[in-house]
Design a binder for this molecule. Structure first.
Ligand code: TRP
Length: 343
């Protein structure tokens, strides 16, 4: 029975289309696990406001694109509830309760918030960070706890948020009574895919991403500009594997491990050139992307269907959210039904 299954919740910020980093970091696990777990995917539109206030009007388009990416990648709306964060008022309500259970100094120490803040030139230890930015891990904890999730498939950068969520769940359970399971992070085999130039993780803001919907030409251009081994001048020179982005991607996407091992050997003794190697990676990536893109293109022709998926997903999320909030209000003592009903 579906209701007795354990629950997964994870999600993305709708800042643009999804890329290969999203796929290996979390999407792949979601697709694989949706048959086994009760799965929820949150499109975290509030989180766009953390550092992209000026982009708020692009979010609606991004939500449609991201939903197409999900369906193309194999997320099945019959198994997985896809919903939009701001449409579920219970998330905001739970955030208020949770916000009373964490200190500001604890929030300032979150390493992911620290590095994200640094990127836009603010310091989480100082007072120039907004209340919403510093506190978004509390809102993210509400995302997870409202669905009483057991498991969160996500990349390594989300670890501090899951730890924070567990602390909040634990504290709530101790203070008010047990409502929440303590969620576990489910880390993927490739928790952090580097961008095509090898520095930093793949991300839209760094301009180093290959998108799930990129055309073959775009993929080719990006693969050809990939960082390999800067010490190697000629194809016959021995090359390095470590830090070589092409091999990192082959490890993540080429399922023929023997062939990858063979290519590594050849590269290290100067037996294969960068172009030939990149051509191979291009083929591997296109074999992986083509079926997803075919499905995505089909769904793109049916905007009514996309609308329905989101509408149903949001309705279901509100329903489950209200179930949890009933438990939360009761635990806190803020269930006022009897106060209002005439005797
Ligand atoms: N912070 C996540 C990201 O930037 C998105 C997200 C929002 C999320 N709520 C979540 C991930 C709940 C896992 C669980 O990608």
């Amino acid at each position: 029975m579906k209701n007795q299954r354990e629950t997964i919740l994870t999600g993305d910020r709708p800042t643009g289309k999804l890329h290969l980093g999203h796929y290996v970091g979390s999407l792949k696990n979601r697709v694989a696990l949706q048959d086994v777990y009760n799965t929820f995917i949150i499109i975290a539109d509030f989180q766009v406001l953390i550092d992209h206030l000026e982009d708020s009007h692009k979010v609606k388009t991004n939500i449609k694109e991201i939903t197409l990416d999900y369906l193309g990648a194999g997320i099945d709306p019959a198994q997985t509830t896809i919903f939009i964060q701001s449409v579920v008022p219970q998330l905001a309500e739970l955030t208020v309760y949770l916000s009373m259970l964490v200190t500001v100094s604890r929030l300032r120490r979150n390493p992911t918030v620290k590095s994200e803040a640094q990127r836009i030139g603010v310091d989480s230890e100082q007072d120039n960070i907004t209340y919403g930015f510093l506190g978004y891990p509390v809102s993210q904890a509400a995302d997870i706890l409202l669905f009483r999730a057991h498991c969160v498939p996500a990349g390594e950068d989300q670890r501090p948020h899951i730890e924070q969520t567990r602390e909040l769940a634990n504290r709530f359970n101790k203070v008010f009574g047990k409502v929440f399971p303590l969620p576990e992070l489910l880390i993927s085999e490739t928790p952090r895919l580097p961008g095509i130039f090898g520095e930093g993780k793949m991300s839209k803001s760094l301009g180093n991403a290959i998108y799930l919907s990129d055309s073959a030409e775009e993929v080719r251009r990006k693969v050809m500009s990939m960082y390999t081994d800067p010490t190697r001048k000629h194809a016959s020179d021995p090359g390095h594997i470590e830090g070589n982005v092409v091999f990192t991607y082959l490890d993540a996407f080429d399922s023929d491990f023997e062939r990858v091992a063979d290519l590594k050997n050849k590269y290290q003794v100067g037996g294969i050139g960068d172009i030939e190697l990149k051509n191979h990676l291009f083929e591997v990536l296109m074999n992986f992307l083509r079926p997803m893109q075919k499905r995505r293109n089909e769904f793109e022709k049916h905007p009514d269907y996309i609308q329905q998926v989101l509408k149903d997903g949001c309705a279901r999320a509100v329903e489950i959210g209200e179930e949890t909030m009933k438990l939360v209000r009761k635990a806190v003592g803020y269930n006022y039904a009897d106060l209002f009903s005439a005797k």
